[in-house]
Design a protein around this ligand. Sequence first.
Ligand SMILES: Nc1nc2c(c(=O)[nH]1)N(C=O)[C@@H](CNc1ccc(C(=O)N[C@@H](CCC(=O)O)C(=O)O)cc1)CN2
Ligand SMILES: Nc1nc2c(ncn2[C@@H]2O[C@H](COP(=O)(O)OP(=O)(O)OP(=O)(O)O)[C@@H](O)[C@H]2O)c(=O)[nH]1
Ligand SMILES: [Mg+2]
Length: 459
Amino acid sequence: MNFGENADTICALSTANGMGAIAVIRVSGPKALEITSGVFSKDLTGKTSHTAHFGYIKSADGQLIDEVLVTVLQKGKSFTGEATAEIACHGSVYIQQQILQLLLENGCRMADPGEFTMRAYMNGKMDLVQAEAIADLIASRSSMAHSLAMKQMRGGFSRELQQLREQLIQFASLIELELDFSEEDVEFADRTQLNNLVREIISVVARLKESFSTGNAIKNGIPVAIVGAPNVGKSTLLNVLLNEERAIVSDIAGTTRDVIEDEIVLDGISYRFIDTAGLRETEDVVESMGIERSYKKAKEALIVLYLLDERNTNAEATLNELTDFRSNYLNEGQQLIVIVNKRDLLSEAFDFLAEYSPVFISAKERSNLEELLGRLRESVTISGVGEEDVIVTNSRHFDALQKAHSDLLKVLEGLENGITGDFVAMDIRQAIHHLGSITGEISTDDLLGSIFSKFCIGK
Ligand SMILES: Nc1nc2c(c(=O)[nH]1)N(C=O)[C@@H](CNc1ccc(C(=O)N[C@@H](CCC(=O)O)C(=O)O)cc1)CN2
Ligand SMILES: Nc1nc2c(ncn2[C@@H]2O[C@H](COP(=O)(O)OP(=O)(O)OP(=O)(O)O)[C@@H](O)[C@H]2O)c(=O)[nH]1
Ligand SMILES: [Mg+2]
């Protein structure tokens, strides 16, 4: 990988593909200002950084291509850290192509996907976590996903990792110091203190690791399974939540055969609602396959909406049904919300459900859905999304945390079993390595390639 003075000068369209009011073409690299000046009516090389210049783009044979505004960012002062010119032209596809072609003829190369951000990383403008957060920020579709990505881009997660690494490095050097003097039988590192420190670090890593299921859910839409007996109104509720006739509704029990899901942003949170086949004993082969899938989906969901309706008047049978479901299909960490639907038809009080604090709604009449949304939002908070907490949203980070976690457990085991310092130190170094791979203190071309190739071109 060439960078610094030897880097190619790259260019790409940074705005969306296709026609727009204005399009921005970004040029970055050692020759960005020279090459852009070569196709522009003014010399940009000596201009103050962060200034905009009006002028013309002309082709080699003197044809006027467009009137444009070029922004100059000098080396060391731009997003990429390299000299950069940003050409804001009229957003015609023809003009965009002509300008890009002129830049290529004058010595630029087309940027690979994510190459501008990769250069920002290579030039120390940001770490890998922050670079990855930019991709998440661009992809974010809900306020919660946006705020997680923003926090990560601003360095929240990086600072937490940095702290952990520093503690571990100090720890490792204490143990290694002890090794140097091992002949003299000195213990520089107080083992109890080390023990406590490792425990503390393990608990932080564990918390980060565990936040991934929520973080991932927020990024991809929080999975909410709608389950319950046939005909209670699951599909009606799905349709009402999505505001769309997504699933077939009928008064025939067993209408929904397959899992139906769709995503929607409500109140700043993106949910993935999953309608399932009504749960019951059945001889029908196809229906029982559908029910099998319902149970599977319920297990994968973060929140389970369990629907009952006006027929569930038998307290014992209903409570048994709920207990059964809870003990057989609900995992730890999953939130259960019990809903009594068809409240327009209710004549009884359903006091026996008090321990579940059910939400009474009428899906058909769209009544009391606000309470349900409130409860959904509450469940998201309960599942671990505090305002202050750093949340892991990226599976690469999760993998590395998991590895660091198991290294640290080995360290702890080593300390407790009185294993010699050199083995303990090896495991600590491994943990430091895995934590460092997250922010990219340690990285390989393969890793960078796989991360940045998923970015948009021009980013
Ligand atoms: N036109 C344009 N808009 C954009 C970007 C861009 O590169 N160009 N961005 C790209 O993603 C985002 C903004 N991010 C940016 C980050 C740093 C710098 C920059 O010039 N940094 C300098 C100076 C900082 C300062 O003055 O405080 C530096 O870091 O040295 C510019 C944009 C979104 N909007
Ligand atoms: N009165 C009343 N009827 C409702 C309400 N919600 C749903 N229904 C009716 O209940 C019947 C069953 O609704 P569905 O949404 O198909 O029920 P389901 O739970 O998806 O049923 P399966 O797919 O068979 O498991 C339909 O006739 C709906 O119109 C409600 O709030 N009040
Ligand atoms: Mg249905």
